[in-house]
Design a protein around this ligand. Structure first.
Ligand code: PMP
Length: 420
C-alpha cells in the first residue's frame, strides 16, 4: 500500500523530503504527520481540498473542526476583504473584539466575561493557571484520553511536556474511580478540566450523568469546573453544556469560532474572570500580541452572527447524527468490527465492537485495519484525519455524505470477505 501511495503522490513525497531538511521530520504540526509521508495540499474550495499532486478530496478532516465554514464562504470572504482594506496590525482595541465577545457571552450563559487567545492550547494554559493562582492550590484533575492542547495530552502513558504542572489523571466516564481521586486530592485541587466529549481521544462523549456528578462534587467542594469546548462548542448554539444543561465555571473555546483564523478563548464567571481586569490592583497579566487580531475578530463575529446561527448549528448536529447512524448501520449489518462514535458533526471510526466509554475500551481496536481504511479513503478521494476522525462542514451535502457511505460499504464488503 505504501508503494502505491508513493507512486500516486510523487510531488508530495518530494515536498516532504525537502521539508525534512529544515523542519524536524518535515513537520511543524505533529497531528499532520502520516507514515510514510503526508500529502501536501495546494488549495481548497467549498468542502474540497486539492493536493500538490493535483488530486481532489472531499474534506472530512475539516481542519480538525476549525474548518466548519468550509473554504469559500462568501460572507467570511467579504469580512476578511473589508479587514484588508482597513489595516490589520493596528495595535489598539478594535470594535470587532467587543462584538465577538458579546456574541460568545450571549450564546454561552456560563461565560459572563471572556478573553481571547491565539489557540486552544493557550486558552487551557490561561484557564488553569488563573484558577491555580486564584485558589492557591496546585493540582488539576484531568482524564485519561484527554487532549487540551499540544502540551496537555493525556493519551499516552506519560507525556514529558506536562511536567511543569501537577496533574491528576482520572478515568473518564468512571464516577467511582474519579470520585476516589477527587476525594484523595480534595485539599490540593484547584480545578477539574474535562472535554464533555473527548475529541482527539476518539470522539468519546462523557455521559451526562458523569458530568452532572462532577458538577455536583466540584460545587460542593469549592473546586472550579472547566469545560474544554474547543471542539464541542459547535454541537449546538451554546455547545454541549447547553445540550446537557450543565453549567461549568469556566469554558475554553477555539477552532471554528475564529472562522479559520488563529483563535482560542477562555471565559466564565465574572468573579473569576475579573482577576484579568487591568484596572484592578494585582490583576493577572494576559497580553498576547495577536489576542485581538483583526482577521480573527472580524471573521469570527460575522461567522457567529450571520452564518453559524444556533438554528444552523442544530441542523448540522442532526445531519451528523443521521450520517453516523447510517455508517454504523452498514458495519452492524455485516457484523463487521467497526463503529463511528461521536456527537453530531464530530465522529471517529474505531475498528472494534462493544461499547466505547473511554480510551480504555479501545485496547482491542485494530490499528492496522484503521490504517488500511485510511489509505483506502485517500485513494478514493476522501480526506479524513489519520487517526480516523471525520467532521462535517457547512458546505457538505447529500453528495459528500454518499461518497463516504459508499466507501464504507465497499471497505466493509471487501474486508468482511477477507476475514471469512
Ligand atoms: N482542546 C481541545 C479539546 C482540542 O481539540 C484542541 C485542538 N485539537 C485544543 C484544546 C488545542 O487547540 P489548538 O490546536 O488551537 O491549540
Amino acid at each position: 500500500a505504501h508503494e502505491r501511495y508513493r507512486d500516486a503522490n510523487p510531488r508530495s513525497y518530494q515536498q516532504h523530503r525537502k521539508a525534512a531538511e529544515v523542519l524536524p521530520g518535515g513537520n511543524t504540526r505533529t497531528v499532520l504527520y502520516s507514515d510514510p509521508f503526508p500529502i501536501t495540499l495546494a488549495s481548497a474550495e467549498g468542502c474540497r481540498v486539492t493536493s500538490l499532486d493535483g488530486k481532489e478530496y472531499v474534506d472530512y478532516l475539516g481542519e480538525f473542526t476549525a474548518g466548519l465554514y468550509g473554504h469559500s464562504d462568501p460572507l467570511l470572504r467579504e469580512a476578511v476583504e473589508s479587514a484588508l482594506q482597513s489595516g490589520w496590525v493596528r495595535g489598539g482595541h478594535i470594535e470587532q473584539e467587543e462584538k465577538l465577545a458579546r456574541l460568545i457571552c450571549d450564546r454561552f450563559p456560563s461565560i459572563e466575561r471572556v478573553r481571547f487567545t491565539n489557540s486552544g492550547t493557550e486558552a487551557t494554559l490561561y484557564a488553569i493557571s488563573a484558577v491555580r493562582a486564584i485558589s492557591g492550590r496546585s493540582k488539576v484533575l484531568v482524564f485519561d484520553g484527554a487532549y487540551h492542547g499540544g502540551v496537555f495530552v493525556f493519551k499516552t502513558v506519560q507525556n514529558p511536556l506536562t511536567a511543569p504542572f501537577d496533574f491528576v489523571v482520572a478515568p473518564y466516564n468512571d464516577w467511582d474511580g474519579t470520585r476516589a481521586l477527587l476525594e484523595a486530592n480534595a485539599q490540593a485541587l484547584s480545578c477539574v478540566l474535562i472535554e464533555p466529549m473527548q475529541g482527539s481521544g476518539g470522539c468519546i462523549p462523557a455521559s451526562p450523568s458523569f458530568l452532572r456528578q462532577l458538577r455536583d462534587w466540584t460545587e460542593q467542594n469549592g473546586v472550579t469546573l472547566i469545560f474544554d469546548e474547543v471542539m464541542t462548542s459547535r454541537l449546538s448554539g451554546g455547545g454541549l453544556q447547553e445540550m446537557y444543561g450543565i453549567t461549568p465555571d469556566i469554558t475554553t473555546l477555539g477552532k471554528y469560532i475564529g472562522a479559520g483564523f488563529s483563535f482560542g478563548a477562555f471565559g466564565g464567571r465574572e468573579d473569576l474572570m475579573s482577576h484579568f481586569d487591568p484596572s484592578r490592583v494585582g490583576a493577572f497579566s494576559h497580553a498576547g500580541t495577536f489576542n485581538n487580531n483583526v482577521f480573527t475578530m472580524t471573521a469570527g463575529a460575522v461567522g457567529l452572527e450571520k452564518v453559524f446561527t444556533p438554528i444552523i448549528a442544530e441542523q448540522l448536529t442532526e445531519r451528523g447524527n443521521s450520517l453516523r447512524e447510517r455508517l454504523n448501520e452498514i458495519a452492524a449489518q455485516a457484523s463487521f468490527p467497526m463503529q463511528f462514535t461521536g456527537v453530531g458533526s464530530l465522529m471517529n471510526v474505531h475498528m472494534c465492537g462493544g461499547e466505547i466509554e473511554s480510551v480504555r475500551d479501545l485496547t482491542g481496536s485494530d490499528m492496522n485495519l484503521r490504517d488500511l481504511f485510511y489509505f483506502d479513503l485517500i485513494e478514493r478521494g476522501i480526506w479524513p484525519a489519520r487517526r480516523g476522525m471525520f467532521n462535517l462542514s457547512l458546505p457538505m451535502g447529500v453528495l459528500e455524505f454518499s461518497v463516504l457511505e459508499e466507501a464504507v460499504k465497499d471497505f466493509v464488503r471487501v474486508r468482511s470477505k477477507l476475514f471469512t
